[in-house]
Design a protein around this ligand. Structure first.
Ligand code: BES
Ligand code: MG
Ligand code: ZN
Length: 511
């Protein structure tokens, strides 16, 4: 049971057409007259479904849907059909938006129970589809409602149970299938709940989601998973002792004290490898003295989305279990202006001794991340490092608002990472880490400066980070675009998306 959304997703046995539910839902792939599930439902409803489909020009295309009353012809009160397009074009991840849309329409008609017929797309996809179905239900019913006060908006969801049915006619799954599907359902719930947790952290205003507040959330997660998950929180004094001159400079203009968070998941057995996850944790990015114009600053509470992703992913990793030792690291601070703020022309000394001339205080993420990467590299000594950061507007110019930019000079590692993203359906695309652009980062008075010139801004940011990753296998993921959204999609309401949580968990845990 999801304490927050208040419903449960379960495996239902028994024929779908006999399910005692408010809504019986299924997908139709293209022409309904050729779809087996549609045909058997239509038969049970005395041809009524096909009649309505014809009248409403329902052709099983993506985005199309049908909803009819059953008038007692079957135990379910209502049948909802969602168009899914051609079977060949349907990816597992597409199912998230399907079940998200079903859960939303169930809530709209005050339905308490849904039975959903899992599509059959090849036996080896059954478990993944079940996982995606569960994720969709949790993601689609997410709402950041803390600050809504009207009765109508505070109304809890009507949905109490969402059942997955493997076959319309009630052919029961065998013991091993049942075991697989049950595990997939638990996995989907853990991933989606962690994603929603990240959404909450991102959507919370910066006045509340301060460095100290986010550190406390990490501590709460460690407490929840005591035994496998632990956390260390460093204050500004401790970070100064470690020599984190770049991180501390970014935070020094704010009255909110910075925090450095290090979470560790340890498996019961000897770990296969050590993975370090590093998240950008700027709780508000005003730009500093290179001040952002108001319209660009408006959403900058989301500038800790990388931190939210790595912290939240640890929750799902601890729930699911991993054979790897996994670390999450984030340098949390606010980038503000004040009499104490860092300035253009300042020269900072990073944790690894590199000196950096500041030519733009709005390129603060790479400064905080640079020290976090050095910390991860030297204190954890990981086999692999990944960083997640709302780092550059340039990455959005290059790839649009829905796709993350992936940069690395380690071929096998970046291939494995992109394969995990392919599984989860999170949009990621590789950008070249062209070392020729490093010349843009030259400074006459320090080892380097923090920004380049106009062209290749996502890449020069990546090259800046590479300085600190050194030879440790490392992948940089710029999530400036997909970390939040201003357009509605069933599985992604407006606001923080929790992007990268699913792929991190997919990568770090074995199914
Ligand atoms: N946090 C921003 C990047 C960002 C922009 C994230 C839009 C999400 C949406 C980052 O700190 C920043 O300000 N980057 C600058 C870099 C520039 C000064 C080289 C940018 O992209 O303009
Ligand atoms: Mg900035
Ligand atoms: Zn920023």
């Amino acid at each position: 049971m999801d304490a927050k959304t208040g419903f449960e997703v379960t495996l239902l046995t028994g024929p779908a057409l006999q399910a005692q539910v408010d809504v019986l839902a299924f997908t139709t792939f293209g022409d309904p007259s050729k779809d087996a599930v549609f045909k058997s439902a239509d038969q049970a409803l005395g041809g009524h479904l096909a009649e309505v489909a014809k009248a409403e020009s329902f052709e099983g295309k993506p985005g199309q849907s049908l909803s009819i009353y059953t008038h007692g012809k079957i135990p379910a009160k209502r049948v909802v059909v969602i168009g899914a397009g051609g079977r060949g074009d349907f990816s597992n991840a597409n199912l998230r938006d399907v079940t998200a849309a079903i859960a939303q329409s169930a809530n709209k008609v005050n339905a308490a129970s849904v039975a959903f017929v899992l599509p059959v797309l090849g036996a080896n996809r059954d478990a993944l589809l079940a996982q995606m179905a569960v994720e969709g239900v949790h993601l689609g019913t997410y709402k950041f409602g803390r600050y809504l006060t009207s009765e109508d908006q505070k109304k809890p969801h009507s949905l109490k149970s969402f059942g997955l049915v493997t076959d319309v006619k009630g052919k029961k799954p065998n013991a091993s299938q049942t075991k697989q599907l049950t595990a997939a359902i638990a996995r989907g719930a853990a991933i989606a709940q962690a994603t929603n947790y990240a959404r909450d952290l991102i959507n919370e205003p910066a006045a509340v989601a301060t460095p100290a507040h986010i550190a406390a959330q990490a501590q709460a997660l460690a407490k929840k998973h005591k035994g496998s998950l632990s956390v260390t929180v460093l204050d500004a004094k401790k970070c100064a002792e470690l020599g984190m001159g770049m991180f501390l400079a970014v935070g020094q203009g704010s009255d909110q004290e910075p925090r450095f968070v290090h979470m560790t998941y340890k498996p019961a057995k000897k770990p296969k490898k050590k993975i370090a996850l590093i998240g950008k944790g700027v709780t508000f990015d005003s730009g500093g003295y290179s001040l952002k114009p108001s319209a660009s600053m408006e959403d900058m509470k989301i500038d800790m989305s990388g931190a939210a992703a790595v912290i939240s992913a640890m929750d799902a990793i601890a729930t699911i279990g991993s054979e790897n030792e996994v670390h999450a690291v984030t340098a949390l601070c606010e980038n503000l202006v004040s009499g104490r703020a860092y300035k253009l022309g300042d020269v900072l000394t990073s944790m690894d001794g590199t000196t950096v001339e500041i030519n733009n205080t709005d390129a603060e993420g790479r400064l905080t991340l640079g020290d976090a990467i050095t910390y991860a590299r030297t204190k954890i000594d990981p086999d692999e490092m990944f960083d997640f950061a709302t780092l550059t507007g340039a990455c959005m110019v290059a790839l649009g608002p829905y796709t993350a930019g992936v940069m690395s000079d380690n071929e096998p590692l970046v291939k494995n990472w992109l394969a995990a993203a392919q599984q989860t359906g999170e949009d990621m695309w590789r950008l070249p880490l062209n070392t020729r652009l490093r010349e843009q980062l030259k400074s006459p008075i320090a080892d380097m400066r923090n920004t380049g010139d106009r062209y290749g801004g996502a890449i020069t940011a990546g090259l800046f980070l590479k300085t600190f990753a050194k030879d440790t296998p490392w992948v940089h993921v710029d999530i400036a675009g997909p970390a939040s959204t201003s357009s509605n999609r069933p599985s992604q309401p407006k606001g923080g998306t929790g992007f990268a949580v699913a792929t991190i968990v997919e990568y770090a845990t074995k199914r």
